[in-house]
Design a protein around this ligand. Structure first.
Ligand SMILES: Cc1cc2nc3c(=O)[nH]c(=O)nc-3n(C[C@H](O)[C@H](O)[C@H](O)COP(=O)(O)OP(=O)(O)OC[C@H]3O[C@@H](n4cnc5c(N)ncnc54)[C@H](O)[C@@H]3O)c2cc1C
Length: 486
């Protein structure tokens, strides 16, 4: 393995200051310098007046009592007496409240951003947990290695990818992120550091993958990467209308490495949603398109939600017409992270923000439930402005509370309109519960405790593994009415 020293990761010490998800600097009072060679033992820094920390959807928000920036993987945690309950925060890309800790201590992990070792013969990478997938890709893709699972944004930390056990467009073949984690270090609030893997501290390994940050702080991670012939895929789009056609396309392209469908939910009332199904495979090409250029970001949060159904309808029409129906080379960043080109696009939804509802529905009942979901949304008069569907595969994750499981997953973005939106989400949760599916905690802000415990039956095995000094707004919400496990 080649070893990179402290602060000599792909970006060295030039990472941006800690920023809130909307991109606003967090008022953490001072930063421990990374320039020195001696790790600080108490060099973490806490803010005097922490701000409200939003989720990615800007709804909900939470005001931690204390925000503490971490910079060294061997520095201790704050003492529980002064800090409980604690929660690690990666890059704040979770939509709901899994990354929020109202009244507690938030540990900002973005300072843990070093690559520790990279074996470019075997594709084994060890890095600190606060490094962004974006930075890792810059390092590994030119050397012929790709992260095994990529979400819809590269602005996610490795710790956050484990905390929610994220999935990507290749779930049907590769499973979730946790399937590719070889080991990590877990720092518990009593000061113990446990190297967890499928063979060592296996219960804590399973609990921490998709463990919503509740088992302690992950300081470093070792991952198995996958080989790629270059930065380009050959991708093809197919237009479709209705859920039967979507599932037929999923079956027909099950051998493709990556599949996903974008949906137009703004079709006239009573008509089935239409969409564009994309499938792609990495290809050995001599040349191909450049990565997309970052466009100007949204500079501030407007008071009102800017995207209007009429304008989105026009954009949807363009997306439908522009489908590339012949195989075309595409840069991996355009294929995987189309929204990353516009910085802080989440601000477009205005001060009230937006919510995402993402569910997975078992294969036997998926089509009936999807039709019911569509009818419920139509009756509510709140169409989602963005909708994405994908078929999950059978590979089980090692995570106790992992969300992905076989079936159809549907993610829907709704502008937050207060009570009517909360009522709609409750209806959708009820349909999912009736179908025997699950709702994704990474996107959730309103799930009831009873539904959470139905969707994640391993919660009883999980509870004893939670670090007693760690908690989150999400966890307190869904466990408030739970009887302690026997
Ligand atoms: C545009 C967009 C597209 C997305 N697409 C997908 C997708 O395709 N698939 C998917 O699965 N998700 C997707 N997501 C959601 C996102 O991948 C997850 O919410 C991810 O967990 C966010 O990582 P983060 O670094 O921002 O962590 P945060 O959101 O800050 O934290 C996530 C969880 O991880 C825990 N955590 C973070 N760091 C550590 C650590 N060092 N130790 C212990 N616990 C830790 C936190 O406590 C929290 O519970 C998308 C999000 C956006 C904004």
């Amino acid at each position: 393995m080649s070893h990179a020293g402290p602060g000599t990761g792909p970006q060295g010490a030039d990472r941006p200051d800690d920023v809130a998800p909307g991109g606003d600097p967090l008022p953490v009072s001072t930063h421990a310098s990374k320039a020195g060679s001696t790790p600080a033992t108490t060099g973490n820094t806490a803010s005097a007046t922490p701000p409200a920390l939003p989720s990615w959807g800007n709804h909900p928000q939470a005001a931690p009592a204390r925000v503490q920036a971490l910079h060294w993987r061997d520095e201790p945690l704050p003492t529980p007496a002064s800090a409980a309950p604690m929660l690690a925060r990666g890059n704040g890309r979770s939509y709901g409240d899994v990354g929020l800790n109202h009244g507690g201590t938030v540990l900002l992990t973005r300072g843990l951003d070093r690559v520790i070792a990279f074996d470019c013969q075997r594709g084994i990478l060890r890095c600190e947990a606060g490094i962004l997938l974006d930075r890792l890709l810059e390092l590994t893709v030119p050397q012929g290695w790709l992260l095994p699972v990529l979400p819809g944004t590269a602005q996610v930390t490795v710790g956050g990818a484990i905390g929610n056990d994220i999935h990507g467009k290749n779930h049907h073949q590769a499973g979730s992120f946790g399937c590719h984690v070889r080991a990590f270090e877990l720092l518990r609030s009593d000061g113990t550091r446990l190297e967890c893997s499928p063979d060592h501290h296996a219960e804590l390994f399973a609990a921490s993958i998709g463990g919503l940050g509740l088992t302690g702080l992950i300081t470093w991670v070792e991952l198995q990467l996958v080989p790629v012939p270059g930065p380009w895929l050959l991708a093809t789009d197919t237009r479709f209308t209705g859920w039967d056609a979507f599932h037929e396309l999923s079956r027909a392209h099950a051998a493709a490495q990556y599949t996903v469908a974008w949906l137009d939910a703004l079709v006239p009332s009573g008509q089935p949603w239409r969409g564009v199904f994309s499938h792609g495979d990495f290809a050995a090409l001599d040349d191909g398109p450049a990565p997309p250029k970052a466009r100007a970001g949204v500079p501030f949060t407007p008071p009102l939600c800017l995207p209007r159904a009429g304008a989105v309808r026009v954009l949807n029409g363009q997306r439908w017409r522009r489908a590339r129906t012949d195989p075309a080379p595409v840069h991996y960043r355009r294929f995987f992270f189309p929204l990353d080109a516009i910085g802080h696009w989440n601000r477009l939804y205005g001060r009230r923000g937006f919510v995402q509802h993402q569910c997975v529905l078992p294969p036997q009942v998926a089509i009936d439930s999807l039709v019911q979901i569509q009818a419920t949304i139509a009756a509510s008069g709140q169409p989602p402005l963005l909708a994405v569907a994908k078929t999950f595969g059978p590979l089980a994750s090692p995570g106790l509370l992992s969300f992905p499981r076989p079936g159809t997953t549907l993610a829907l973005d709704f502008p937050f309109r207060g009570e009517p939106t909360v009522a709609l989400l409750a209806h959708l949760d009820a349909i999912v519960a009736e179908a025997g599916g699950a709702v994704y905690p990474a996107k959730d802000a309103h799930l009831s405790g009873a539904h959470f415990r139905q969707f994640f039956p391993a919660w009883q095995r999980f509870c004893p593994l939670v670090d007693p000094a760690f908690s989150s707004s999400f966890w307190r919400r869904v466990m408030a009415d739970a009887k302690p496990p026997p």
